[in-house]
Unconditional design. Structure first.
Length: 173
């Protein structure tokens, strides 16, 4: 069984309706519950404005634009086991815009992005279609346990599942 998650919640934006500490801990715990042998359980989740989000995306990914979530896995010194998973950075203006555009509850969209980012910290990716399908399936299973609808099936205006996944950075992260 996993130890309780430790979440360092950092606010670097004045956005409204940001997830609370208890929400973040519940979402992180739901992900870690799927990985009972995982010993890393500490994560920093930072909420930023568009300026910081764009700068981080440019500096670390080479993309001069904002994005919804960035994942920075912790890479410790060789031979030293630490409980740190890494950092997630969520850009509040992007997340809020996407939630409105996709007609999703803001908290549900945040939950999805935290789950998505946590899976990246655990080594999942979505560069190849097979990887993306596996990651999306796992995301949806975790979100279902949190009573959150499949975010890829909540397509609006006739958008298909693949169109929705573009917002998650399929082939872009």
């Amino acid at each position: 069984m996993n130890p309780l998650p430790i979440v360092d919640r950092q606010l670097a934006t004045t956005g409204e309706s940001l997830p609370q500490q208890a929400d973040l801990e519940a979402w992180v715990a739901a992900v870690l519950a799927r990985f009972p042998k995982e010993t890393r359980h500490e994560v920093t989740i930072r909420f930023v404005d568009a300026e910081e989000g764009r700068a981080l995306n440019h500096d670390y990914r080479g993309h001069d634009k904002t994005t919804n979530v960035l994942s920075f896995p912790f890479e410790g010194p060789p031979g030293m086991a630490l409980p740190l998973l890494g950092d997630l950075v969520l850009c509040h203006p992007v997340v809020a815009h996407e939630a409105r555009e996709q007609t999703k509850r803001l908290q549900d969209h945040y939950a999805h992005l935290v789950v998505h980012g946590m899976l990246h910290l655990l080594g999942y990716d979505h560069i190849e279609d097979a990887e993306a399908d596996e990651m999306e399936t796992l995301e949806c299973e975790i979100l279902t346990q949190l009573s959150i609808a499949d975010p890829y099936r909540q397509a609006t205006n006739g958008q298909a599942r693949q169109d929705q996944s573009k917002g998650m950075g399929r082939n872009d992260e």
